[in-house]
Design a protein around this ligand. Structure first.
Ligand SMILES: [Zn+2]
Length: 170
């Protein structure tokens, strides 16, 4: 759960740690208690999730140079199985995802325009998946909360970029 909900509602720090039925803020010590109503104290999980979404959207709106990155293991299909095929860094800006690292032992830079990625599938707290020409690029994050942050950021960047493209056609 700490990979889905990472934002402290008290101090705004991004980094909560799961302990038994609680999430504890690594900065201010604020404790969210998971209760039998399926909530964290007064918050529903979707309250907390959409708050995170709103914060990242605001950051992107306010910063044209928005940038988020993290270390990843790259996985893809080889002989019908998902295998590790490389290691590197995945980053996102408003216009593109960029992977810099290795792939099948070769130094690689792959750029995926956000406008081509309307939906970013994710095993929450583990990875995000980008498909290009029927090939799977599955990025497994070292820092698990980044999977959720990339989903928040990526889908918003897609919205902005697809709007921008439409305007260019007018
Ligand atoms: Zn806090």
């Amino acid at each position: 759960m700490e990979n889905l909900i990472y934002h402290c509602p008290s101090c705004g720090f991004d980094g909560l740690t799961a302990e038994k039925n609680t999430l504890v803020c690594g900065k201010c010590g604020y404790i969210l208690h998971y209760n039998h109503f399926g909530r964290f104290d007064q918050f529903t999980i979707s309250d907390l999730y959409f708050k995170q979404q709103a914060i990242i959207e605001k950051e992107i709106d306010e910063n044209p140079n928005f940038f988020l990155s993290g270390e990843v293991t790259l996985e893809s299909y080889r002989n019908n199985r998902v295998c590790e095929v490389g290691k590197g860094v995945l980053s996102i800006t408003i216009d593109a995802y960029t992977y810099t690292g290795t792939m099948d032992g070769i130094k690689t830079t792959k750029i995926f325009p956000t406008v081509n990625v309307p939906y970013l599938p994710s095993d929450i707290g583990v990875n995000v998946q980008i498909y290009e020409q029927y090939l799977l690029y599955q990025f497994v994050f070292e820092d698990k909360k980044l999977a959720t942050m990339f989903v928040h950021a990526g889908e918003y960047c897609y919205k902005l970029q697809s709007k921008a493209e439409k305007n260019n056609c007018d």
